[in-house]
Design a protein around this ligand. Structure first.
Ligand code: HAM
Length: 424
């Protein structure tokens, strides 16, 4: 027997039982973004490597170790997108969507990072994200946070996630802070692990993100980014807090929240849960006012976030907030005897015309009643329509309820829809 080929480690198939859940989640997301007036943008999965190097930052985990980068047949260096913000800015600049305009965009799709796979962390994963452009004041920061909060509410998980926010201030404020942090960390070098020592050299703010308890303890007493904020950033952050308070959104200010991508300034935020183990960040984002210009466009502010769909589905599963079983069919149309096939197909088609919500599955491949009913049960149908030569001759259909204790009945074809409305 030929050897079977398996999926790449960390890249998952989404099988029918699972995809039904994804569809439920995606439908809620689409409805929510529409209700805020956001428009969809779709960008390619592959971009030039430079795009991510210049936006996410050369000295970040993503660019240093996690990108799927390869030379294409022309020798150009291409990368499977590890996130969506860089692509949105690239596309916005390229098509003149950003300069002098306001945009509220969203996207959903696969992203790729070569991380060590574990529960909630994969090499191909999916993000739903929003990106807004041309809006400077903190009201838009509040809006994107409110949009995410609305999702938690609709999914019934608002008590399972907490919002952490912070401000990184202006570039200048961050530089000043960086110096103070480096001075502090240098004085405690012996307590830093190898990774933190490396970060101290290359990207000191990322030491604040260390998961090592000893480093975390050290960082607790480090100077706070908050004390270095410039006045404008402080006022911006105060307004955000006030808007969140007014909207009844609870949050924690976490002065050590710095995020792993370089493009942020001012607001950063994360929605975290402790129901998922180590990979508890469900959604994260912030403001990136310098990125549009950094990628060659005319300066324009940007704010957005991305939500990890695998983590959201896992969370909904864990908290039992999502329908586990989505049957493939509501109505299963049997065809008992070869001569009934065309008639049965006609009945099925007419039901699909009658109600677009009905999922109607037609039996194919013949077989006796027992076999066909077994298939109806497997499809999860609520009713089977029994169509034999007698029904066909009389232009009738027999309705057999498969769940509950309804009675079997035979109705004329022109009364079928009516009868089904009362059963389904
Ligand atoms: P990020 O924090 O790198 O930010 O990713 C956002 C979310 O994507 C994470 O909170 C997590 O839920 C999910 N995620 C990330 N990596 C993985 C993985 N390996 N497996 C499963 N889920 C994962 C960004 O990507 C920014 N572009 C967010 C943003 C948009 N900021 C402004 N606009």
């Amino acid at each position: 027997m030929a050897k079977t080929i398996q999926a790449i480690r960390g890249m998952n198939d989404c099988l029918p039982t699972e995809s039904a859940k994804w569809q439920q989640v995606e439908a809620v997301i689409r409805q929510v973004v529409a209700s805020y007036g956001y428009q969809e943008i779709r960008t390619p999965i592959v971009e030039s490597t430079d795009l991510f190097k210049r936006s996410i930052g050369e000295v970040t985990d993503i660019v240093e170790k996690e990108m799927y980068t390869f030379a294409d047949r022309n020798g150009d260096s291409l990368t499977l997108r590890p996130e969506g913000t860089a692509s949105a800015v690239r596309a916005g600049n390229e098509h003149g969507l950003i300069y002098n305009q306001q945009q509220r965009l969203w996207y959903m799709g696969p992203m790729f990072r070569h991380e060590r796979p574990q529960k909630g962390r994969y090499r191909q994963f999916h993000q739903f994200g929003v990106e807004t452009y041309g809006l400077e004041s903190a009201d838009i920061d509040a809006e994107v946070i409110l949009l995410s909060a609305r999702l938690w509410k609709l999914f019934g998980i608002e008590d399972a996630v907490t919002l952490q926010i912070n401000s990184l201030g202006s570039n200048e404020a961050r530089q000043n802070y960086k110096q103070a942090l480096v001075t502090y960390l240098m004085a405690h070098q012996s307590q830093l692990d190898e990774d933190s020592l490396r970060r101290l050299e290359s990207n000191p703010l990322r030491v604040l993100d260390s998961k090592n308890p000893q480093v975390q303890a050290l960082v607790k007493d480090a100077p706070s980014l908050f004390d270095y904020l410039d006045d404008d950033s402080k006022a911006h952050f105060d307004l955000l807090c006030q808007l969140l308070d007014d909207a009844g959104i609870r949050y924690e200010i976490n002065p050590r929240l710095v995020r792993g991508l370089d493009y942020y300034n001012r607001t950063v935020f994360e929605w975290v849960t402790d129901s998922l183990g180590a990979q508890g960040t469900v959604c994260a984002g912030g403001r990136y006012d310098g990125l549009v210009e950094q990628l060659g466009g005319k300066a324009s502010p940007g704010v957005g976030f991305a939500l990890g769909l695998e983590r959201l589905v896992l969370l909904l599963d864990t908290l039992q907030k999502i329908d586990q079983d989505m049957p493939a069919a509501d109505i299963y149309v049997t065809a008992l005897g070869d001569d009934t096939r065309a008639f049965a197909s006609k009945v099925a088609e007419s039901l699909r015309d009658t109600d677009k919500q009905w999922r109607v599955m037609l039996h194919c491949g013949g077989g006796n009643l027992k076999k066909q009913l077994k298939r109806a049960d497997k499809a999860g149908a609520s009713v089977a329509l029994l169509i034999g030569s007698e029904e066909m001759a009389n232009q009738q259909v027999t309705i057999k309820p498969l769940r509950g204790n309804g009675e079997q009945s035979t109705v004329a074809c022109n009364e079928l829809a009516e009868a089904l409305f009362s059963v389904l």
